[in-house]
Design a protein around this ligand. Structure first.
Ligand code: ADP
Ligand code: ZN
Length: 740
């Protein structure tokens, strides 16, 4: 019998849209190799780490040109079949080279070949150590003696327990190890015998409200099979409690949970709530981790030691052995979409695919669901679950009012009615949140004589004044310069015009002397822990007015905030981006949700120059639901998503012509597109020049998802082969969130 010819198809991190065939490693049976394992292979003159995607018994490469795999890095697949299916889906849907999708999915350390097995540092005493102790040495070194004694008594201990019991112990350990009295080894960590029920939890779950119970039961009924749920609940309605209960149940069945949250929503408070309620190890993944921490979290998740993976966007690729549920909190949040770099994916959409491939339910939660998700619920693809009221106390929904900036007097960006309302709420012992989506002191530096405005040289944008720092900064490219004392054009005086959070903070300080103020935006948050410090000042009551950007809208629960002031709602009303109204409505509703979380009712004031704008009207009369109905209607009429499918080819070049030429060539290479597909553009981006490069885009629109996919699949290789493609940076963005 001739042995069967086997090749392994390997995904490698290259821009080529294909897999690469290799022979099994010398002296190893092909059967030992399974899809999902990492291998090291020769690739030209280099050696690369790749992932086996499949085995096959034919190859288009001539047998004598096939090379064997050099090394197998994993004893068991790093990526399970559901993860591989997810990666294949993403490569196909986003029309992206599969090797680069794999590279996006894996932490860098694993891409470079680090072992996935979780190792643990263990210390033990040597025979010499025992003898030294018996002889009564080390009397002068109490720390060392204590450590040695501990290791003798316990028969050895992991570094984690030493840290817990003897901190600080590292110096003592080094001294003892240098004398050969103790030693450390790295041993594979045993899979923790994790408790099946989260018994010893530190905090008790509240008794769920009937609608919370109903939500839990409906999702639980789908355990073991795919089902998509929209948990649409107003801010403070107890969605997180529903997640906690669902995760607890899943863990009770010996399964794991994947919980995705927006970058800005992954607060210590949220992590703390999970930790306190569910006494099981958890892996937390976010963009602020070092490579070592990220690897450690992946190892914890992979080994099954961590039963819950809680993370931001890229955690959608994290290993969860035996998953039982996937949860996406704040599913409308833009940070789930990777909108830069090579692979532009939506973690929310991938979570759905992953749940489907793994055969588990997925729950999408939001107070302000995206119009896509609402449309899917309307169409019956998702089961809609509602939490219509706030859970805690008698918390009432806040009342929304508009302040007409055309008639109300305004000083330094704050209208008289808003000042009066702030005074009233402070007098009644409430706290106030002031929201402005613009950081810095002022968005413009103006010469009062000649009209000169400080421009960014690299962008079609003005420089923002940061007064305390004495700098002019570009919020698009990071350009940074000193604030000039005089106009560089005519030598006359310059002055900051307009409002940013820094200036509003200053204004409020003079209006409300003696009242504690806090500010929260990216300028005051420099280090880890800064956010917590600001929030702590608010929850302790030391600060009674909080001024901030988008950062104030998420994840904090201040029962004493009774008034929210939205200083400028108008930026989102007249944008060229068809999604801008949706984002504005979401922001207003989210920030409004910060008011009246406690027993006292909340009030929300929205300053606007366009009080009759239909968007604001629908929001005021019909709430987010009313707005969403109107907005979906508009999208249907204008044939925008979710009623059509969009993709964008985005390009940037050193000249405007360069970017446009490539897109024009791209369009030409499509010939006459199929009937269901339309090409729109190319057009320069709304802000064409950014960071010294000119940006432009070409939109591809279709009523049919399949037609769009087919078209992109045949067209993109032609685009990539264009001569002008090499003179630009370009990327495909399927389901783009921001059109600029
Ligand atoms: P969401 O995630 O929808 O914003 P949370 O789950 O954070 O809501 O709940 C808001 C507040 O209400 C929290 O302080 C939470 O502890 C409390 N809460 C939630 N459910 C209940 C309940 N059934 N009984 C009492 N308090 C609850
Ligand atoms: Zn700039």
């Amino acid at each position: 019998m001739t042995p069967k010819f086997t090749v392994l198809r390997v995904a490698l991190d290259t821009p080529l849209r294909r897999l690469f065939d290799y022979l099994p490693p010398v002296e190893r049976a092909a059967g030992e190799l399974r899809a999902g394992m990492r291998v090291r292979v020769p690739f030209g003159r280099r050696r690369l780490v790749g992932v086996v995607m499949a085995a096959a018994d034919t190859s288009q490469v001539a047998p004598e040109r096939l090379k064997p795999i050099l090394d197998v890095l994993d004893a068991q697949p790093l990526l399970d079949p559901a993860a591989l299916a997810l990666i294949e889906w993403a490569a196909d849907y986003y029309h992206h080279p599969i090797g680069e999708v794999v590279a996006t999915a894996l932490p860098r350390a694993l891409r470079l070949g680090a072992p996935i097995a979780a190792f643990e540092e263990r210390w033990r005493a040597s025979a010499a150590g025992a003898a030294a102790h018996a002889a009564g040495e080390l009397r002068r070194a109490p720390k060392q003696r204590a450590l040695l004694e501990f290791l003798l008594e316990t028969g050895g201990a992991p570094a984690a327990s030493l840290e817990a019991q003897l901190h600080p112990w590292r110096d003592a350990a080094r001294a003892l190890a240098a004398r050969g009295l103790i030693a450390s080894v790295e041993v594979p960590r045993e899979r923790a015998a994790a408790p099946n029920t989260a018994t010893r939890a530190a905090s008790e779950a509240p008794v769920l409200l009937p609608e919370q119970r109903e939500a839990v039961e409906r999702v639980s009924a789908a355990f073991g099979s795919f089902g998509a749920f929209l948990l649409h609940g107003v801010t403070g309605s107890g969605k997180t409690e529903v997640y906690l209960k669902l995760v607890e149940r899943v863990i009770g069945q010996g399964r794991g949970a994947l919980v995705l949250v927006p970058e800005i929503g992954l607060t210590p408070q949220l992590v703390g709530r999970f930790r306190e309620r569910l006494a099981v190890p958890m892996a937390v993944l976010h963009s602020g981790l070092t490579e070592q921490e990220r690897l450690a979290a992946w190892r914890d998740a992979f080994s099954g030691h961590a039963r819950i993976v809680l993370g931001t966007r890229s955690a959608v690729f994290a290993p969860v052995p035996q998953p039982g549920i996937i949860i996406v909190d704040e599913e409308h949040d833009g940070s789930f979409k990777q909108h830069e770099g090579a692979l532009r994916y939506s973690a929310r959409d991938l979570a759905l695919v992953r749940a489907q491939r793994a055969g588990v339910p997925v729950a999408l939660g939001s107070a302000t669901p995206s119009l896509e998700t609402l449309h899917n619920a309307d169409a019956g693809r998702y089961t809609r679950l509602r939490l219509p009221r706030r859970a805690a106390h008698e918390a009432q929904p806040p009342s929304l009012k508009l302040v007409d900036l055309r008639t109300a007097p305004v000083h330094s960006g704050i209208s008289t009615p808003a000042v009066a309302a702030i005074a009233r709420h402070l007098a009644a012992d409430g706290q106030v949140m002031v929201f402005l989506n613009r950081r810095g002191y002022a968005p413009t530096l103006l010469c009062t004589a000649c009209g000169w405005i400080a421009p960014c040289r690299e962008c079609d944008a003005r420089l923002t004044v940061h007064l305390a720092a004495g700098r002019l900064r570009c919020h698009h490219c990071g350009a940074d310069a000193a604030v000039p004392a005089r106009c560089p054009q005519c030598g006359f005086n310059v002055k900051p015009v307009g409002q940013g959070t820094e200036r509003i903070h200053e204004t409020l300080g003079t209006l409300f002397r003696g009242v504690g103020l806090a500010r929260l935006d990216r300028d005051v948050v420099r280090r880890r822990g800064d956010v917590e410090q600001v929030l702590e000042r608010v929850s302790s009551g030391a600060a009674r007015i909080l001024v901030g950007t988008q950062m104030v809208t998420k994840g904090h629960d201040f029962p004493n905030v009774t008034l929210v002031v939205v200083l400028n709602a108008d930026q989102g009303l007249f944008s060229t981006d068809f999604r801008a109204p949706e984002r504005l409505a979401q922001t207003i509703v989210q920030v409004a949700g910060r008011a009246g979380r406690g027993a006292r009712p909340g009030e929300v004031l929205i300053q606007t120059e366009f009080p009759e704008h239909p968007l604001l009207a629908s929001l005021l009369t019909g709430g987010y639901d009313g707005f969403a109905r109107a907005a979906l209607q508009e999208r249907r009429q204008a044939a925008w998503p979710p009623f059509t499918r969009l993709a964008a080819v985005r390009a940037s070049a050193k000249t405007r012509e360069g970017a446009l030429r490539f897109l024009t060539d791209s369009r030409a290479s499509a010939g006459t597109p199929p009937r269901a597909v339309r090409l729109l553009g190319p057009v320069p981006a709304a802000m064409a020049k950014r960071a010294g490069r000119y940006h432009a885009q070409l939109l591809i629109e279709s009523r049919e998802r399949a037609a769009l996919r087919r078209f992109l699949g045949t067209w993109l290789p032609a685009v990539a082969a264009l001569r002008t493609a090499r003179q630009v940076r370009w990327a495909l963005d399927v389901d783009p969130l921001e059109l600029f």
